[in-house]
Design a protein. Sequence first.
Length: 249
Amino acid sequence: MHLDVLDLRNFYYRTRLGRVAQRAIRDQLVRLWLPEKGHTVAGFGFAVPLLRPYLAEARRVIGLMPGPQGVMPWPAGMENVSVLCEETLWPIPTGHVDRLVLMHGLETSDNPSAVLEEAHRVLGPGGRAVFVVPNRAGLWARRDGTPFGFGRPYSGGQLESQLRDHGFTPESSRTLLFAPPSESRFWLRTSNFWEGFGRSLPWLAGGVLMVEATKQVYAPTRGTLANAVRRPLRVLEGVGAAVPSARER
């Protein structure tokens, strides 16, 4: 079940822990995808806290928010780019998106396969998608006080397998949010240290899993035409050839 948009807004924009989480995830996303001119960037679920760095350069930014969650205007003080949509029917033409981010949209959906099919549909050839989900091995999935404590947490293998089943090729995977989900002043002040320290220890599980994937595009086969040329039909051979006339006796 999707979380309410007001609860998500309050966490990311009105709590210190939410702002720490927003900054850590957004910084990693920008390391993956530097803002580029001409791109169409879309986010599904509640991905808008990650999209602000792309507003200035992108051709278009779209914040897709599923109906069961609700929608809010975003960004504040600027022209609204968020839209309410069916979670399995997005108002975007096929192949129109260059960069796609899903956060709080996959693990809370009642039909994750249909969500992935729609993500695959809107992503253009050469497009890239990032999926941000709760890490099953992390602390954040075990606490109801954050949005990552709701829905189905994933392991890296589970998410990558599901992506492959829906036409995506996983390219990279990482975990984030290594500090515990605590409002303690100590953990909040040292969050940047823990992010850097955690990334240097491969065995340490962060609270959030981020997987980047590309859309698989299969080249059309041309075997049928080639085979037809190499093996022409013989049934009409001889038609039109001169027929010898019978010799009169």
